[in-house]
Design a protein. Sequence first.
Length: 329
Amino acid sequence: MTKAFTSVNIEFKGRSPATDILEKAGFEVVVEMPSEGWPDDETRQKLVDVEALLAGSENLNESTLDNARNLRVIARNGVGYDKIDLEYCTSRGIVVTNTPGAMADAVADQVFAFILALTRQIISGDRTVKEQGTYDVIIGEDLSAMTLGLVGCGSIGAEVVRRALGFRMRTLVCDPWVDSARITGLGAEPVDRDQLLSESDVISLHIPLTTENSGIVNRDFLFAMNEDSYLINTARGGLIDERALIDALRSGPLAGAGLDCQVTEPPTGVSLDLVKMENVIALPHSGSKTIAARERMSIWAAQSMADVHCGKVPKFVVNRKVLKNLALR
Ligand SMILES: NC(=O)c1ccc[n+]([C@@H]2O[C@H](COP(=O)([O-])OP(=O)(O)OC[C@H]3O[C@@H](n4cnc5c(N)ncnc54)[C@H](O)[C@@H]3O)[C@@H](O)[C@H]2O)c1
């Protein structure tokens, strides 16, 4: 039987709609979580006779895929595909798909968990109460008196704007690839980078990690932010120059940062120095880890795998060039 392999959990509250989709399409479904750190040699071994992969955070490139001769589709369980060598996959005729928008609610919620935790000292306040110390805490801030600036306004950015309206925040958006009318229609103001930096009290990143965006939040960016402002990163660690962020939090304008992702995950070296700072709240890349989001992602990914198996073009193809040489309808 044709094998579909998944390296992420696809069972929620005792049910697995993704397994149902895959089995109905004729796959034998193998679910195996990788060891911590997603080792490349393990990825390589497990994919030998697999036709369809529901992929988590493993590296998928020439060295991990060269033995996977039956592989036809990699369905990424998420939006980001920076761990996948798209050109190599295209050259091998492997369709790569993702699940854009499936986790937008979950990540947007997490952005506000960070903003509220930072502006109202939730973590240190909790510690103070439990340790029965002084009740003399620093005065917090009202979100309705603050301006939120977003870098990127795709699926997640748009959900963040919707939530910001509920908190009555003024919201600025810098995304040159999104129509100004769409941004205004959402209830935000389109701005350029300079206006975003000079007028925002909180800046939140919602852009992919591409070669152009790598390290885009550098020393210039961080030191041009407002005095006592906050940075939220639920996108990718590699967008930030972490050494510059440590300096900006220690002796620059930033009051705090909320980080769901780091350059090295789990954090080591500079990433570890950063997450250990008192004015940083760090989470273990858990932005999309809610039951509703995970179930939706697994269903969309499984559908893509079933589509390729049944000769259909899946809805969310990342490497569209690959379709030219395949007989999918
Ligand atoms: N923390 C998590 O668990 C988690 C979960 C899902 C996604 N993510 C990350 O969030 C990112 C955003 O997700 P999304 O679904 O909103 O993506 P999306 O593709 O819908 O939107 C990305 C937007 O960024 C814009 N953009 C790209 N480069 C830009 C730049 N330099 N300046 C301004 N705008 C720029 C694009 O025009 C696009 O509108 C993903 O790429 C992924 O890395 C993280």
